[in-house]
Design a protein around this ligand. Structure first.
Ligand SMILES: [Zn+2]
Length: 89
C-alpha cells in the first residue's frame, strides 16, 4: 500500500464507508510511515469527536471541511501531490 492509497482509504473513512482499524494493510502501512501516522491520528480524533455528537452521519459541512483538512495536512506532511482527479479545491 502506498501513501496515496492510504489517502483514498481515509476519504472513505470520513464518508463512513470503512473503518481503518479493521484493515490490516492500513495498520501495516502505518507501522512504517511516520507522516501517515501523524495525519491519521489527528483525523481519527476529529472524526471520533464528531461522530459521538452526530451518531454516525457527519453533517455535510463538517464532512467537506474534513476532506479539505485531510488534504491540507497530507500535503504539508508529504510535501506535495497526493491528489488524483477531479478536485478543484
Ligand atoms: Zn504513508
Amino acid at each position: 500500500m502506498t501513501c496515496q492509497e492510504m489517502l483514498r482509504l481515509l476519504n472513505e473513512y470520513i464518508d463512513g464507508e470503512i473503518d481503518p482499524s479493521l484493515c490490516a494493510e492500513f495498520e501495516h502501512h502505518l507501522a512504517g510511515c511516520d507522516p501517515c501516522q501523524v495525519v491519521i491520528d489527528t483525523l481519527r480524533r476529529t472524526v471520533t469527536l464528531y461522530r459521538e455528537g452526530a451518531r454516525y452521519e457527519l453533517p455535510a459541512a463538517v464532512h467537506d471541511r474534513l476532506h479539505a483538512e485531510l488534504r491540507r495536512r497530507w500535503r504539508a506532511r508529504h510535501g506535495g501531490s497526493a491528489t488524483s482527479g477531479t478536485d478543484a479545491g
